[in-house]
Ligand binder design. Structure first.
Ligand code: MN
Length: 243
């Protein structure tokens, strides 16, 4: 069988002074997918009406990292420390998420992607992790992706099985986090200060979101391929047993 097609969502950026907007994301997401047998296909944040056709052309979807989801999507006003937002990306990704879920596609979310999953499922976010919420450093200074803080993995979860461990050390580049999980989600990893670091689906197709960046770490720390490997395993199972 040919490689399963994995859509990877992207950020919108303006580079240089050319009158254009670029659809960009880290190449390391694609490298992680390719290393685990998938065919990575980056997709721009286009007209949300096209999302169902993109979902129909994919075997799985990876929601990548990036700017904050606008809090209007979880019924809140923006607080002072909210970061940058991208209305077009929110609209496209929320439509793509719904379309992918309807088709029963496995979904992996990373950082913003994990938060997007939670918002799409009706949950809320901490708009900014201030000291009243968390005492640990979730925004490490070094940009090298090196593991920074530990997370405890819930017994029997996708993550505990994928890592074959009850705890793992992960990097941390987030100023937001899942607050109230969506109705069909459970939190399966927490940092030592109790912050949610991963969500998994409790019904429907395979669904995992991680708050850290395994794509930044797996070259130096091979165990961080585990989320990608588990995702591609789920994609291959779903292809053998279409919904
Ligand atoms: Mn963290």
């Amino acid at each position: 069988m040919n490689r399963p097609r994995i859509l990877i969502t992207t950020s919108t950026g303006q580079t240089g002074d050319l009158r254009r907007f670029d659809a960009v994301t880290g190449r390391n997401y694609s490298e992680g997918v390719l290393a685990c047998g998938g065919l990575p296909l980056m997709v721009a944040s286009l007209d949300p009406a096209a999302a169902p056709e993109f979902a129909a052309a994919a075997d799985g979807v990876l929601f990548s990292g990036g700017v904050d989801v606008h809090p209007r999507h979880y019924g809140q006003e923006p607080v002072r420390d909210l970061g940058r937002v991208d209305a077009g990306r929110d609209a496209f990704e929320l439509a793509l998420y719904r379309a992918a879920r309807e088709r029963g596609l496995p979904i992996l979310g990373i950082c913003r992607g994990e938060q997007l999953i939670n918002v799409a499922e009706g949950g809320t976010l901490h708009q900014h992790i201030h000291e009243g919420i968390s005492t640990l450093d979730h925004s490490q200074d070094a940009g090298d992706g090196e593991p920074h803080h530990t997370v405890r993995l819930e017994e029997g979860s996708i993550l505990a099985r994928a890592f074959s461990a009850a705890a793992v050390t992960v990097n941390s580049y987030h100023h937001q986090a899942v607050d109230r999980p969506g109705a069909s989600l459970r939190v399966t990893a927490r940092s030592a200060d109790g912050l949610a670091e991963a969500v998994e689906g409790t019904e429907g197709a395979w669904l995992l979101g991680v708050q850290w960046h395994p794509e930044m770490s797996f070259r130096q720390h091979e165990q961080q391929l585990a989320p990608f490997r588990a995702f591609l395993d789920a994609v291959n199972r779903a292809r053998l047993q279409p919904a």
